[in-house]
Ligand binder design. Sequence first.
Ligand code: NAP
Length: 309
Amino acid sequence: MALLFKSNSDSAARWEKELRTHIPDLDFRVWPDYGDPADIDFALVWGMPAGEFHKFPNLRCIASLGAGVDHIFRDPDLPEGVAITRLVDPWMAQAMSEYVLLQVLRFHRQGDIYARQQAEKKWDTLPFPDTAKRRVGILGLGSLGEDAAKKIAALDFPTAGWSRTPKQIAGVECYSGQDGLEPFLKRTDILCCLLPLTPQTENIIDAKLLATLPEGAFIVNSARGKHVVDEDMIAALDSGHIAGAALDVFREEPMPASHPYWAHPKVLVTPHAAALTNPRTGAKQVADNILRTRAGQPPAYVVDRSAGY
Ligand code: NAP
């Protein structure tokens, strides 16, 4: 049995090396030179072309090279009976929380305004912000959102989160379901999106959601570009209702040079760099799942096909 690796952004050589520290005799094949398709029982992928998975009659598991699985569900013709797993890695959660904290603190401590003032050589000390009055809200309380929420709450920001099913997290006010969204938004001054991209969450940050946030709210999106309706975001920034946005993910990546976000004075752009997949820390979970699959056991971190994450 062999593993198929396919990614344009992750290093096959590094993954092969790290996986071999756990499974020394692993047969590691890199797409498209995978040999006999019947040998492949496990696929480790990011951005596999649609329809390809059907070529492997003995495929048992499709493992995402990232926390998101939307790139797998883009394929409308996924084979039935094959487990789909996502990467859950404390290293990635730490990296994402660092990004979210960086942006929350930057907006809270007026770093965006001071950067604009420096460009104008303007010395103007702003009124000092009050942590106890800066309410942070996290859309999505999964492996990344929960970690970020706890770390923000630990800095004494009033912190809330929103998820599909009810949650209880110490120090975090938890909202859930469609009914919970509006009250969650109304109490949120800095909104951070850590949702998976599914048909239910696509375009969730639209004009209606933005208008429900308090005047002067900030947005941090490090989930997926398709969560945001760009025209609505730009209109809300231009009207002043939204005071600033830190965006790490975009509908088209790399973002085209013509996109208005690049030059917008209230937008900070980072190139999908919030939390990268780390083969050194991620390989253990993948190796365990290879061994479980080959022993006839269900792999860990299987996603729910009907929920799409
Ligand atoms: P996860 O563990 O699957 O958590 C997803 C969370 O979103 C859960 O709390 C879930 O609710 C909630 N949710 C899903 N659908 C919802 C809906 N319709 N309404 C309300 N809540 C909903 O995912 P994760 O590992 O935290 O990752 C989140 C996302 O981050 C990934 O899917 C990926 O897109 C993104 N990401 C980005 C980067 C980057 O570098 N920018 C890196 C890694 C990941 P329940 O708890 O009730 O299920």
